[in-house]
Ligand binder design. Structure first.
Ligand code: ADP
Length: 166
């Protein structure tokens, strides 16, 4: 059985992430979406909130392909991949600007754990430009984020920014 891990911060999960998840689920037998603690990145949402949002969005996927599990992790990705028996690490590519960072990370991970291959998937035209960072920036300024995230995530973002404004 081929197990894949799709790691990320998912702060918050966007339609771009969901696009990659649905695509990745078609090429592995089991996909583990791994939500990273990433405390150093100073996330807007707590780990439990980010994990819950991914879980809610994945439930809405009509065609799940493989079985999809949502987990959180802290520490080195390759250690986590080892623990869950994953042989494939999935990453998404948006623009050329992602390439340098992703290329270096894949090379380092390959050196640390040669058993796991990194596979890159591209989001579809409609979703490839979406990033959690811009969704947060637009949301913070009161812009319309409904094209980029699910209604559940949009509501969570609105609540977070209205709390911050009070
Ligand atoms: P990280 O902090 O690990 O970069 P992110 O949640 O920002 O976590 O992204 C997780 C993965 O999803 C990364 O490989 C990123 O390039 C990819 N990704 C994010 N948004 C998109 C998108 N719109 N299209 C394709 N890939 C994406």
């Amino acid at each position: 059985m081929r197990v894949g891990v799709y790691p990320g911060s998912f702060d918050p999960v966007t339609n771009g992430h969901i696009d990659i998840i649905s695509r990745a689920a078609r090429i592995v037998d089991k996909l583990i979406v791994a939500v990273a603690l990433n405390a150093g990145k100073n996330p807007l949402f707590q780990l439990a909130e980010r994990t819950a949002m991914v879980t809610e969005d994945v439930k809405l996927l009509a065609d799940k392909g493989a079985s999809i599990e949502i987990m959180s992790f802290n520490g080195l990705l390759i250690d986590f991949a080892d623990q869950v028996g994953a042989s494939v690490i999935i990453r998404g590519l948006r623009a050329v600007s992602d390439f340098e960072y992703e290329f270096q990370m894949a090379a380092m991970n390959a050196r640390l754990n040669p058993k796991a291959e990194t596979a890159f998937l591209m989001a579809s035209d409609r979703n490839h430009f979406i990033s959690s960072r811009f969704v947060k920036e637009i949301g913070a300024l009161g812009g319309d984020i409904s094209h980029f995230v699910s209604p559940n995530v949009a509501a969570k973002l609105r609540a977070r920014f209205s709390d911050a404004g009070e």
